[in-house]
Ligand binder design. Structure first.
Ligand code: SAH
Length: 448
């Protein structure tokens, strides 16, 4: 057994209890690249230049429903009844935003388990020399075996189990971050809950998978419903999961899925919401808030594969989508044409840079949808958005604290919060998604 991979009790900064670990928890690497999002009391910690999204959770109780829960940072609310989780999230959002508007009751999920359509496991060498896979323990790069995770899609879990068994028989070694040795870094599975299509992405340190043909054959024999298998090459010393290069070794290299009546192609590195049931609730709320008119020019900023904008495009005259990830933009353009939507244009650019160019050119927009990453938007983006003078901004956020910061800016620059709807996209966890309707006030045209 490699000494470096033995479990060592470590200093805790999040929820990892200081007690002797039991089986199933292993150290994968020494460098703790993750920063804590909560301190020992569950209070959110703010890092420089970074917003934190954790709703301050109660002290972690164990539910007894999951073997990994002591160490895995995923489900801090698992021990709470679902109604209690929703109540806490409501209180958190009320506390942050009731100065602006009466917050609507959070929309929960009917079946709040196994909702994740994307399952990601890191690989590590276990105690007895067996390959294990799972999530990183909170704030670390220690792999916690999460075979029976209650959030993950069950079918994807079965496939990962097969990948581990096959890896053993094909003698593939898990990657060790400390030594830089090993082939298998991660496996990522995406399943279209509507389409049934399944994409398996093997993240490897090399483009060469020895015995590739037989591996693909064996994996498909066990899971004939897999529609694509891709090797993603990540040979860098990085905590990013995916590298730049994708090599399809079976199928087209992406999946399709259906959302709000449209069909989408999703590539390995493109963003796609992980809870499709609640995504439909989220998008329908956002589009209803926008109250679109057929002559409207709308912007979908941070658009990913174009889902929000394309759902709205049929109601308006023109859609401009802006997205930084080039694969996602390619997906968005193909998604427009596959769905016979001809009034959409997708731009591959930094949203702040592009929208400030639009403002400099004196362009206008009627409605802006913005759905930035957890860290929120930028002042450059918002000051330019205000110059485009949209009558409505619909802000979709997975980061309540960055949302608060950005609403402070927008409400000082001529926009008023009219409605605010929390949606539970991430049951059993501390995270909350929020849709906000902002409308232009009389003052706004003189403010910017
Ligand atoms: N609206 C989409 C994607 C939301 S996730 C959906 O609902 O699926 C946020 C997206 O913002 C990601 O696709 C990410 O690649 C993109 N992004 C991150 N930083 C960006 C930036 N500076 N400019 C434009 N897009 C960015």
């Amino acid at each position: 057994m490699n000494k470096d991979n033995r479990f060592k009790p470590k200093k805790t900064s999040g929820y990892i209890p200081e007690q002797k670990p039991k089986a199933n928890y292993y150290k994968a690497a020494g460098n703790n690249k993750y920063k804590p999002v909560t301190d020992r009391n569950g209070k959110a910690v703010r890092h420089e230049n970074e917003a934190v999204t954790a709703a301050a959770p109660p002290k972690k109780k164990l539910s007894g429903k999951c073997r990994a829960e002591k160490f895995c940072g995923g489900c801090n609310y698992l021990a709470l009844k679902y109604e209690e989780q929703l109540k806490l999230k409501q209180e958190y959002i009320d506390g942050l935003f009731s100065e602006y508007v009466k917050v609507k009751p959070i929309i929960g999920m009917q079946d709040p388990l196994h909702y994740r359509n994307k399952v990601h496991h890191a690989f590590a060498m276990g105690k007895g020399g067996e390959i294990i896979s799972g999530s990183y323990a909170a704030d670390t790069h220690w792999v916690v075996s999460t075979d029976d995770c209650l959030l993950e899609d069950r079918k994807s879990q079965d496939i990962i189990e097969t990948v581990r068994k096959l890896a053993k028989s094909f003698k593939y070694k898990p990657y060790n971050e400390d030594t830089g040795y090993g082939l298998l870094r991660h496996v990522l599975i995406r399943r279209g809950f509507e389409s049934g299509e399944i994409l398996v992405v093997l993240v490897l340190t090399s483009p060469i998978l020895p015995g590739k043909k037989n591996f693909v054959k064996a994996l498909r024999e066990k899971h004939p419903d897999i529609t694509s298998i891709v090797i993603n090459v990540n040979d860098q010393d990085t905590s990013m999961v995916l590298g730049e290069r994708n090599i399809p070794i079976f199928g087209p290299g992406f999946i399709r899925d259906k959302l709000c009546g449209l069909s989408y192609r999703i590539s390995p590195s493109s963003f796609y919401q992980i809870n499709p049931v609640q995504t439909e609730v989220l998008y329908n709320t956002a589009i209803q808030y926008a109250d679109l008119k057929h002559h409207d020019v709308i912007i979908d900023a941070y658009c990913g594969i174009g889902t929000i904008g394309l759902t709205a495009a049929g109601k308006v005259s023109k859609l401009i989508g802006i997205e930084l990830n080039k694969d996602a933009v390619r997906d968005a353009r193909i998604n427009a044409s596959d769905n016979h939507i001809s009034n959409a244009e997708f731009v591959n650019a930094d949203a702040s840079e592009y929208i400030s160019e639009m403002a400099d050119e004196g362009m206008q927009a009627d409605v802006i949808f913005m759905d930035p990453p957890r860290s929120g938007s930028t002042e450059v983006f918002m000051s330019s958005a205000v110059k485009l003078a949209p009558r409505t901004i619909v802000y979709i956020s997975c980061g309540p604290e960055s949302l608060k910061r950005d609403l402070e800016y927008l409400t000082k620059h001529g926009y008023k919060v009219q409605k605010l709807q929390p949606v539970d996209m991430f049951p059993q966890t501390v995270h909350v998604e929020t849709v906000v309707l902002l409308s232009k006030t009389e003052k706004s045209h003189i403010m910017p």
